[in-house]
Design a protein around this ligand. Structure first.
Ligand SMILES: [Zn+2]
Length: 73
C-alpha cells in the first residue's frame, strides 16, 4: 500500500504515462515535456516555476492535445 503511494507520486502529474526516477527531481517527462518541479506539484495553479504553465494548465493542454489526436484518426 505504501509502495503504491510512492509510485503514484513518481508518475508524471500531467500525462500519467511516465514514471520519474525521483520525485520532484526536475526530470523532464519524455511523453509530455513536463518538468518535475516539486513546487508546482504542491501548487498546481502556480505558473512560472520550472515550467511556463501551471500544472493544471499543462494537464488541460495535454488532454486537449490527446483528444485532438484521437479525433483526427
Ligand atoms: Zn508527462
Amino acid at each position: 500500500m505504501e509502495d503504491e503511494m510512492i509510485l503514484d507520486k513518481l508518475v508524471c502529474p500531467v500525462c500519467g504515462q511516465h514514471r520519474f526516477e525521483e520525485k520532484g527531481g526536475y526530470e523532464i517527462c519524455p511523453v509530455c515535456g513536463w518538468e518535475d518541479d516539486p513546487l508546482q506539484r504542491r501548487e498546481p495553479d502556480l505558473a512560472g516555476g520550472a515550467n511556463k504553465l501551471s500544472l493544471n494548465e499543462a494537464r488541460k493542454e495535454w488532454f486537449e492535445e490527446v483528444y485532438r489526436e484521437e479525433d483526427e484518426e
